[in-house]
Design a protein around this ligand. Structure first.
Ligand code: NAD
Length: 297
């Protein structure tokens, strides 16, 4: 059965890339991976995939290359140059970048790839580590309809809500808006948590009832236990959300959209990072509110 499915190369086996690539293996795909950490390569092998020693080796026989690395500089590093994807993948291959990067980087990548006969989609995701593990991610795609149609079966093994948003870069623009909404939502939840605790209310009871009403959200559902247990193991690192707040504030400035609340939350994320919390989950915005409120932090 697997012989009829496209061969997949997966570059970037981190918090998201590992469970996502494993979901493709479970769906019957032949997946060859490359990433910087040896233990992540061993994890892929244990799950039934194949470990490669370089990007060139990983992509050489691939029909589809999927990338899931931290930010624009890493996407550029793995895509370009003699050892990169574009030089080493077959003509006609489809490159799907699922990292969250600047829309302009996606547009530039699509252009460079087109010159070499390689198709590109930007396809960032939302849903966090749990969404990746459970294969229920939201996937926001930019690129051409025919490439989207070709990628659809792969996307269906990774997520539940899969939408072509427009031309190259559109997926990234939608993802930037997603990160704005998530950060502001976490900040509001964190402020509510400190307010509730200082008021002496049973926090678990309060968050349960809040989540059943208009204040409820996927953020509250997914992060409630992080707040209750002060568990800030990532998840989604503050460092990455700092990167995303930079992307959305910059992109909004370019189109003349004001983000007054987003700008404040971007500053709070940046300050948390400066204070040494960059490696914590973004629910650690609670720590910033606690410091401002003279509560524990
Ligand atoms: P991560 O830091 O856990 O993983 C990144 C992986 O990229 C690492 O395994 C690293 O080895 C690999 N990598 C970096 N440079 C490389 C190179 N030159 N060659 C090969 N591999 C390289 O990050 P993550 O949390 O998995 O996030 C990945 C992307 O997904 C980011 O853009 C992030 O913003 C986005 N995202 C993350 C989440 C989340 O909850 N973690 C949710 C949605 C989107």
């Amino acid at each position: 059965m697997s012989s009829t499915l496209p061969k997949v190369a997966w570059i970037g086996l981190g918090i998201m890339g590992s469970p996502m690539s494993e979901n493709l293996v479970k769906a019957g795909y032949d997946v060859t991976g490359f990433t910087l950490e040896r233990d992540k390569l061993e994890r892929l092998t244990a799950a039934g995939g194949t470990a490669a020693g370089s990007i060139a080796e990983a992509v050489r026989d691939a029909d589809v290359v999927i990338t899931m690395v931290p930010a624009s500089p890493q996407v550029e590093a793995i895509a370009y140059g003699p050892d990169g994807i574009l030089e080493n993948v077959r003509t006609g291959a489809l490159l799907i970048d699922m990292s969250s990067i600047t829309p302009q980087t996606s547009v530039d990548l699509a252009k460079a790839a087109k010159d070499k006969g390689i198709r590109v989609l930007d396809a960032p995701v939302s849903g966090g580590e749990a969404g990746a593990v459970e294969a229920v991610l939201s996937i926001m795609v930019g690129g051409e309809q025919a490439d989207f149609d070709r990628a659809q079966p792969l996307f269906e093994a990774l997520g539940k809500t899969i939408v072509l948003c427009g031309p190259h870069g559109s997926g990234q623009t939608v993802k930037a808006a997603n990160q704005l909404i998530v950060a502001v939502n976490i900040q509001a939840c964190a402020e509510a948590v400190v307010f509730l605790e200082k008021s002496g209310v049973d926090l678990k009871a309060a968050l349960d009832v809040l989540n059943g009403g208009l204040a409820g959200s996927t953020v509250l559902t997914r992060k409630k236990d992080n707040f209750l247990n002060r568990d800030f193991e990532p998840g989604f690192r503050i460092d990455l959300h700092h990167k995303d707040m930079g992307i959305v504030t910059d992109a909004a400035r370019n189109v003349g959209a004001a983000l007054p609340v987003g700008a404040v939350v971007a500053q709070l994320v940046a300050s948390l990072r400066t204070q040494g919390d960059g490696g914590l989950d973004h629910s650690a915005l609670l720590r910033a509110v606690e410091r401002l409120s003279g509560a524990r932090a």
